[in-house]
Design a protein around this ligand. Structure first.
Ligand code: SF4
Length: 567
């Protein structure tokens, strides 16, 4: 089965297939996004205009249910940053696209009318349908109706009200393996791009398992065995299985780097209430729908995801991740998991990035629109977003817009995109990543919290960030979850042999770094063509002058250091 490019034009509502161009064949996932953008869109185009394209590209390893390696990369020119954007998600979208034979799905054109569309993809091809009965609905209700109509074996990628209103905080939700619409390609406003095409949902109607062929089955199987052995025996696999990403909360607090009250403090007085230990204990104590260890995609043995239930054991939200605990919890001065989970679920249903919206609410609190710690008011503000009031639309455009409208200088964002739940003044390597990543501020572009380095030393961060950025871009290109790295790190040559085994390509020992280097070069080329310069690779000025208690660190990595990251 040769993978193909599927092209869906929302203007004339046609879906065509074509062979993969030569120059795209060895690319996939995150690496394929900037290649297609460079080849097919004017870099200076309006992200919400007719020339931008919305791309879905499964990673290189997707299709075999190799543990934690079936992620989907979604991309476009970002309405939030104005540059290249790739946001990836777990769930079933990537797997089902590959099983349908799709290397890249390109959604292009401008809608001809005011109606909303669904794109249905199956072994018979693709077709557009009307989305009247799900337009305006939240993610949960939309997904439930679509599953009722198309069956519970389909994959779905969809937007909520925020995407329909083309808000720059909107992401694209994907079904997890149990049909819950909770795996969001969150960052950079890709939901707004989908909204600009008036496309409510993509239905991937592929019930069959049809993995791509292997060039060398024995080599692939051997590499898989080594990877799985390494992964299952790595101590961090158990930590993430038991605690998920919330395990990081206490560690980050210990470094004085957890965001508190709009990034004004780096340690949270109530850290014990929002710790990984407390999250696990609460979920186990309540029982019912709660689950401390859930797999977002078939075959994942790490199972870092979770489900948080109320005291009666009824599900409030899934998943409750550290980034949300940081941005929607401590960053808003909120220390109750129940409140954070309800806000998380509301954001999931609106279809927004919890990092961007949590940061926007933090800036809103500095502007006097809510008190820190007031979860009820935060929920009221989210209702403004849902109703599309002028205030809701300002919040929905993200932290940078809120800062501009209310004249707040303390806006935690780079290239217009909100900073994740690691304050870069206390973990400076991650600050280097935020500053220099072509994606804008994003911990998944190169988190350095586990690096053996003095996180406060401004001169020790460039190599650490560079290595992390190449690794992460490599994993994103493979379609591999970052936590698969526990397995790959201790199974030398496994990535090389998986690629050789699947594709027969001659690829070197440093496959991961090589893939990452190539991906970042393409992304930087797109951003350069879109008008970015070194001046964009900086943290906000206030972070270089405002000390962060309790370390009282400022971000003091010199500009020359930042400029040599990709030299
Ligand atoms: S480790 Fe977590 S995020 Fe990664 S694939 Fe498994 S469940 Fe999904």
């Amino acid at each position: 089965m040769d993978l193909a490019v599927w092209r869906a034009n929302v203007n004339n509502q046609t879906v065509t297939t074509e062979p993969v161009p030569e120059s795209w064949q060895r690319l996939a996932g995150r690496a394929l996004i900037p290649r297609i953008l460079l080849d097919e869109i004017p870099p200076m185009c309006d992200p919400l205009g007719p020339f931008n394209k919305l791309l879905f590209a499964p990673g290189l390893l997707v299709g075999h249910m190799l543990s934690s390696c079936d992620r989907i990369s979604v991309g476009a020119k970002s309405p939030l940053t104005g540059g290249v954007k790739e946001a990836n998600a777990g769930g079933t979208t990537g797997l089902k696209l590959v099983h349908l034979g799709i290397k890249a799905l390109i959604i292009e054109g401008a809608p001809a009318g005011n109606g909303w569309l669904l794109l249905h993809l199956s072994q018979e091809g693709g077709r557009f349908e009307l989305a009247d009965d799900v337009t305006g609905l939240g993610i949960e209700e939309s997904a439930a109706r679509l599953r009722e109509r198309y069956g519970d074996k389909v994959g779905i990628a969809l937007i909520g009200p925020a995407g329909e209103m083309m808000m720059a905080s909107a992401g694209i939700q994907n079904l997890d393996k149990d049909g819950s619409p909770a795996r969001i390609a969150a960052r950079g406003g890709l939901g707004a791009v989908m909204g600009s095409k008036r496309l409510k949902a993509i239905i991937i109607d592929m019930p069959d398992y049809k993995a791509p062929p292997l060039a060398d089955e024995a080599l692939y199987k051997d590499a898989k065995k080594r990877y799985m052995k390494s992964l299952t025996s790595h101590p961090q696999t158990k930590v993430y299985s038991d605690y998920g990403t919330s395990a990081v909360a206490t560690m980050c607090n210990g470094f004085g780097a957890i965001p508190v009250n709009n990034f004004s403090v780096g340690q949270f007085d109530s850290i014990d209430k929002i710790s990984g230990d407390n999250l696990r204990d609460t979920i186990l104590e309540r029982g019912g729908d709660g689950d401390t260890s859930h797999a977002c995609m078939p075959g994942c043995v790490i199972r870092s995801s979770n489900c948080f239930a109320d005291p009666e054991g009824k599900k409030i939200t899934t998943p409750l991740e550290y980034e949300t605990i940081g941005l929607v919890g401590s960053n808003l001065g909120i220390d109750s998991f129940d409140t954070i989970a309800k806000l998380n679920q509301e954001m999931n249903d609106l279809g927004v990035d919890t990092i961007e919206m949590g940061a926007a609410l933090g800036v809103a609190a500095d502007a006097g629109l809510m008190e820190f710690g007031d979860g009820e008011r935060a929920m009221e503000l989210l209702q403004e977003v849902r109703q599309g009031t002028p205030l809701g639309r300002i919040l929905g455009q993200g932290a940078t817009t809120v800062g501009k409208v209310y004249s707040i200088r303390r806006v935690p964002a780079v290239k217009g995109q909100a900073i994740s739940a690691y304050d870069p003044r206390a973990i400076k390597g991650t600050g280097v990543t935020y500053a220099t990543s072509p994606q804008g501020a994003d911990h998944t572009a190169g988190l350095t919290i586990r690096a053996k380095v003095d996180h406060l030393d401004p001169m020790a961060q460039v190599e650490v960030s560079r290595t992390a950025q190449f690794n992460m871009a490599g994993y994103d290109t493979l379609g591999a979850c970052v936590f698969s790295g526990f397995g790959y790190a201790t199974a030398p040559g496994a990535i090389r042999d998986l690629i050789r085994g699947q594709y027969g390509w001659d690829i070197g020992e440093d496959a991961l770094q090589a893939l990452g280097r190539e991906t970042l070069a393409l992304e930087r080329a797109f951003n350069k063509a879109a008008g970015f310069t070194a001046a964009d690779d900086r943290l906000p000025e206030w972070m270089t002058t405002e000390p962060l208690p309790p370390t009282n660190a400022v971000f003091d990595v010199p500009a020359e250091e930042l400029d040599r990251v990709f030299d």
